[in-house]
Design a protein around this ligand. Structure first.
Ligand code: GDP
Ligand code: MN
Length: 393
């Protein structure tokens, strides 16, 4: 679960890490009051969406009048913003963060991530901040300095000082970096964060380190013990289909292809996606309907897959282990009757009572529905790719 910049900064303040004190507005009418509250005569206005790259997309602006700030709020509130990280449709803008403008001397990069390979938190820093760090990492991996935290000893100030030295900062800035790094990693542990990204961490005109942007990710598996963070969830920023799926305990991840997949078991779902790809097609989603599949859940899964306009064919791939294929077939028929599937559907059943299941589908499907049954996954995948291609022309 991602947090908004303003929420991440609230946590930074709580942890004693230097970041701007801003005000969030949700309507144009609140802008003038916010500027007055902040004071000064120069501000930065920032669109709040769960995506970086806002600056390049016009979502971050320096302003020096209420009229300019209001114009920005009017331009963005209620609109969608698309950045290189947001996905094609963009994300709705419901809030704008207003902060006093910070005087910048240098932009750096600082992050802490949970590294599953080494089972440690790794701090990363670079002298090239404010830009796409992915590009820096691709062009010059050496430009990103790393320091792994020993989780028994905890984060140490020297780790920040060493990184600061590698970035060419002064000893005084090194001491600030030591303090910031320790506070960030402790915050990460206390709040079950998997990612903290400060891009940019800046050197201000006065020579101090200061967090200008903040992007946090919370471990969803730990939300049960992070009551305060649960309230920060902004569902408007999350994929609608993924949310719908979560309500029905379906594991769904949206992808870019045209073949909608309904599979039981995460491993089989991944193998199915591979088979589609090997045969020259592209899956529209990952979807694990789980072990105890009911006809209600099959129906919901159908609805979710069909709400994706890019889907041209549906592949149902069920292995009957504990679950019986004839019951799945019943669910599929019911779902087709309820939802009215206007796309070709390829059903591959294998395992517990698959013959009965396939026969039920072959006999029971309405004549208007275009349904193909298969026992072999390779053939099912081939057929899907073929059908998806036919529809395109
Ligand atoms: P992002 O593009 O979504 O990562 O948004 P950021 O919050 O990182 O802002 C983008 C860029 O705007 C930063 O890299 C800075 O160059 C600039 N910027 C943001 N806030 C300020 C500020 O307070 N003062 C100045 N001078 N520039 C700022
Ligand atoms: Mn940024």
């Amino acid at each position: 679960m991602n947090l908004h910049e303003y929420q991440s900064k609230q946590l930074l303040h709580e942890a004693g890490v230097p970041a701007a004190e801003g005000v969030v507005v949700r309507s144009v009418g609140e802008v003038a009051g916010a500027l007055e509250k902040i004071g000064g005569d120069k501000w930065v206005v920032k669109v709040q969406v769960h995506a970086g790259g806002r600056g390049k997309a016009g979502g971050v602006k320096l302003v020096d009048s209420a009229a300019e700030a209001e114009e920005f709020a009017r331009r963005w509130l209620g609109q969608k913003m698309t950045t290189y990280q947001s996905g094609g449709d963009g994300l709705p803008v419901n809030a704008v963060l207003i902060e006093p403008c910070t005087d910048i001397e240098r932009e750096l990069y600082l992050a802490a991530i949970l590294d599953r390979d080494t089972r440690r938190i790794v701090i990363m820093a670079s002298a090239e901040g404010g830009v796409e760090i992915e590009a820096v990492a691709a062009r010059d991996p050496e430009a990103i300095k790393r320091s792994a935290v020993d989780l028994i000893a905890g984060p140490m100030p020297w780790q920040g000082r060493e990184l600061a030295h590698q970035l060419g900062l002064s000893p005084a800035q090194g001491r600030q970096m030591g303090d910031i790094v320790v506070r960030l990693v402790n915050l990460m542990l206390r709040r079950d964060l998997t990612l903290i990204e400060i891009n940019p961490l800046v050197v201000t005109g006065a020579g101090d380190l200061f967090c200008l942007d903040a992007k946090f990710n919370v471990d969803e598996g730990a939300l049960h013990r992070q009551a305060g963070l649960v309230d920060m969830r902004d569902k408007t920023q999350e994929d609608e289909r993924e949310m719908h799926a979560a309500e029905w305990s379906l594991n769904y991840v949206a992808l870019d292809g045209s073949i909608g997949c309904m599979v039981n078991g995460a491993g089989l779902a991944m193998a199915t996606m591979d088979m589609i790809q090997i045969n020259g097609g592209a899956p529209a989603n990952f979807l694990d309907v789980g072990g105890g599949t009911t006809s209600e859940r099959v129906t919901e899964a159908f609805k979710i897959i069909l709400s994706d306009q890019a889907v041209r064919v549906i592949l149902i791939n069920i292995f009957g282990g504990i679950v019986r294929c004839d019951l799945i077939a019943e669910g599929v028929l019911k779902a087709i009757a309820d939802v009215g599937v206007g796309l070709p559907v390829v059903v591959r059943l294998q395992g517990n009572r698959h013959q009965q299941g396939l026969k039920m589908i072959a006999d029971g499907a309405p004549s208007s529905a275009e349904i193909y049954t298969e026992v072999d996954l390779q053939r099912a995948a081939e057929r899907c790719v073929e059908l998806a291609g036919e529809k395109r022309t």
